[in-house]
Design a protein. Structure first.
Length: 353
């Protein structure tokens, strides 16, 4: 399932102070509508606040309740400077990439980074009647209206493509062309029509959103940052991440506080080398051995390998296995050993194919 993440409450402290943001999922409509969302101001005093809208490949149908507008729009790249004048009330629907074109027949590239009024496409929603409703009544009518629009439709191959590829992301555009059996020219044309994006943009968004899900997951642990950075070389990863989000991976994780609000780890990085400093109490959740045995005044290594099964088979005959092979929630395989000096070494392999 492809469910992209928006993080206005983490990316802008002023936004969190001034605005409320929430999402609502309607499971029976999830093939086309990822969620219904709402942004509303917490106070009535006039002010301006910036909302960071992360590139996710989606086209939204948005209601500006105060300005009495209903429009489609999407972003090819992250918008770091979308200004909201309060008091304000917005709500809308985030549609699966491909759903806009399937619903309207209009090429998606015509609405990316543009605004297209609903009334210019469909004449079956009475504009005056809609905005005479209370906010809650308008939200209910909007939801019923859009769910009804998709009621008799089944997702086509392009509306299903983001969920399909989010599980196994092609590493290159050449891999993508081969997977879909399209020539580069065909793929460029069809992606522009269905998504309003180039194939390269689609792969970049899918990779970034997957990294974002890992780094913001409640299941995530500090070492997952290192696993994620192994998807690319370190400078490329940081550059790509900052392009999409405006901050580095470490800055994002630092924005998600621990339950007790304490600092539990830090990462020092230079080129392809990353060094993590982590508290014993935090690390012992993953390695209980550290609570019962003396910690060596040295390091615990997290090592990326190839040929996982063969490496494990050879290693288990020579060293005690501390953690048996297992799959992480983000698709890596790991096992850990204790070496002859009592240090814990974790070996991991991650493949996207």
């Amino acid at each position: 399932m492809y469910y992209p993440i928006q993080l206005p409450f983490l990316l802008n402290e002023e936004f969190t102070r001034v605005m409320n943001y929430q999402e609502k999922i309607i499971p029976e409509s999830s093939d086309f509508i990822l969620c219904f969302w709402e942004i509303s101001s917490k106070m009535n005093e006039p002010t301006q606040v910036k909302n960071v809208i992360i590139a996710d490949g989606c086209i939204d149908l948005i209601v500006d309740y105060d300005q009495k507008m209903i429009f489609f729009t999407g972003n090819q790249q992250t918008d770091f400077d979308y200004e909201i004048q309060t008091p304000a009330h917005f709500f809308g629907a985030r549609m699966m990439p491909g759903a806009f074109h399937q619903l309207t027949g209009i090429p998606a590239n015509e609405v990316m980074d543009e605004f297209l009024l609903l009334s210019d496409i469909f004449a079956d929603l009475d504009h005056d009647e809609f905005f005479s409703l209370s906010l809650s009544e308008a939200q209910e009518k909007f939801q019923t209206y859009l769910v009804g629009k998709f009621a008799e439709k089944h997702p086509n191959e392009f509306t299903q493509l983001f969920p399909r590829m989010s599980e196994t992301i092609p590493q290159t555009t050449e891999d993508l062309y081969e997977l879909l059996h399209f020539s580069p020219r065909q793929c460029q044309r069809l992606f522009s029509k269905n998504f309003g994006l180039t194939p390269k943009m689609v792969l970049s968004i899918l990779r970034f959103q997957k990294c974002l899900q890992i780094l913001t997951s409640e299941q995530a642990k500090p070492a997952d940052i290192l696993a994620v950075t192994n998807y690319y070389d370190q400078p490329h990863f940081n550059r790509d991440f900052k392009h999409h989000l405006g901050i580095t991976p470490l800055e994002l994780v630092a924005s998600v506080p621990a339950k007790d609000q304490t600092l539990q780890f830090a990462i020092l990085a230079k080129e392809s080398l990353s060094l993590m400093l982590q508290e014993q109490s935090n690390l012992s959740e993953e390695y209980p051995i550290l609570t019962t045995e003396k910690i060596q005044p040295s390091i615990t290594l997290y090592i990326t390998i190839d040929n996982f099964e063969e490496f494990y088979a050879n290693t288990k005959t020579k060293y005690p296995i501390y953690t048996e092979p297992h799959a992480t929630f983000y698709g890596a395989k790991e096992f850990a050993i204790t070496d002859t000096d009592g240090y814990v070494l974790t070996f991991t392999e991650y493949k996207e194919d």
